[in-house]
Each structure stands twice: as C-alpha cells, then as structure tokens.
Design a protein around this ligand. Structure first.
Ligand SMILES: [Zn+2]
Length: 243
C-alpha cells in the first residue's frame, strides 16, 4: 500500500510530463506557420479568380461590341456604295437631289470615320485586356502550384504531430491505468485549475509550484511517503524528486 502510493504519485508526475507535451503539440497543431501561409495564398487566389472572372466578362462584352460595330460599318459602307453609285452613275440629274445625296454621303463619311476610330480603340483595349488576362492567368497558375505544395507541407506537418499525439495517448493510458480513479480525478482537476502544473516537484524544502518553503512536518510526511501530500499554500500534489 505504502509503496503503491509512492508509485502512483510518481506516475502522476510522469503523466503531467505527457500532458504538458500533449498541450504543446495541440497548440503547435493549431498555430502552424504553414497553415497561415495556406490561408493567405488561398485568399489571394480567390481574389485573383474574381478579378479574372470580371475581366473575362469585360472581354466578352468588348468583343460583342466589336462585332456590332463591324456589322454597323459594313452596313454603312454598303449604303455609301449605293449612294455613290446613284450619284456618280448618272442616275440622278436633279441638282437638288444631287445636293441632298452629297450631304448624305458627307454624313456617312463622318459616321464611318467615327466608327473606324471606335473600332481601333476597342481593338486596342481588347488586345491590352487579353495580355493582362494572360499574365494574371499565368500568375494564378503559379500561385495554385505554390498552394498545392504548401498544403502538402501542412498535411505532412499535421500528420507528424497527430502521430506523436496518438503515441502519447497510448503512453498516457498505460501510465494513467496505474493511478486510482480518485487520485486521477484530483490530478486532472488540479491540472486545469493550476495552469497545467498539478504535481509540484520539491527541491530542498521549496514547493516547485508556488516556490514557498514547506513546513518541516510536510517535508517529514513526504520523506515518510505512502500518502498524498499537498502543498498548504497552492494545493498542488507534492512529489519528492530524487536529485
Ligand atoms: Zn505550493
């Protein structure tokens, strides 16, 4: 019985070491730098995708506009040819009618020039947009490759941590099985309330938890062993470490 209790307290001390490591690993798992990188690059990718989608839409609208203007230009040119044929083919002789047709031709010429200028401008904008789109698409592909490699790093790092956590859980179960339920419950309650330090090592006559000197009778109880001794100041379970 005496010996068993000493063993149980030593087990608790080991359990605490495993629980500390588990807490460290769980924290590490939640705060991997590569996870932040993955989130950042995934964010820029979705923003880039939105920009590209918008540009594709703009490009389609510009190309539709180009077709419409080309059609309009063809119609106007046909109209112009018809009037020119009428005017210079000797078909019309009435001076007033000739004057009217000349005004029409003049207007058509102005319209045509404007359409041609618009078309040139539109085509330049289409070309520039296509070039920008091409660059953005290439950059996006580059970012996607980077994301893939970062995600693979992340999976690797998470996998390693999870493997270690699984191994720790097995170890913990083995150690915990050596401690009686009541003591284990006290340990776990202390672990939560005392910032992860439930079992305080004692060096000399100092409590390793609160660093207060322990009364002589407590040291004597510890030396005698065979029972759970707790620090009167901080309430932690005391463990006499062999130096
Ligand atoms: Zn203490």
């Amino acid at each position: 019985m005496n010996k068993n209790m000493n063993r149980e307290i030593e087990c608790l001390f080991n359990l605490q070491r495993l629980d500390k490591r588990r807490a460290e690993l769980e924290h590490k798992l939640r705060s991997l730098p590569v996870a932040a990188e993955v989130r950042e690059i995934a964010g820029t990718i979705s923003r880039d995708e939105a920009v590209i989608r918008e540009m594709v839409g703009e490009l389609a609208a510009m190309k539709k506009g180009q077709k419409e203007k080309e059609w309009e230009l063809a119609e106007i040119t046909k109209n112009q040819a018809a009037i020119q044929k009428k005017l210079y083919g000797g078909e019309v002789t009435n001076p007033r009618e000739i004057g009217g047709l000349e005004v029409k031709l003049n207007n058509i010429e102005i319209c045509k020039r404007k359409l041609e200028d618009d078309l040139v401008g539109l085509m330049e904008r289409i070309e520039a947009t296509e070039e920008t789109l091409k660059q953005k698409t290439e950059m996006l592909a580059e970012k996607r490759r980077l994301l893939e490699s970062l995600e693979s790093d992340l999976r690797g790092q998470e996998g390693e941590i999870r493997d270690e956590l699984a191994a720790l859980a097995v170890q913990r179960e083995a150690v915990a099985s050596e401690v009686t339920g009541g003591l284990l419950a006290i340990y776990e309650q202390l672990l939560r309330s005392k910032g992860g330090l439930a079992v305080a090592g004692v060096r000399g006559d100092i409590c390793g938890g609160c660093h207060v000197a322990l009364p002589t009778f407590v040291i004597m109880q510890l030396k005698a062993g065979g029972r759970v001794v707790r620090c009167e100041n901080c309430g932690r379970i005391l463990f006499r470490q062999r130096a």
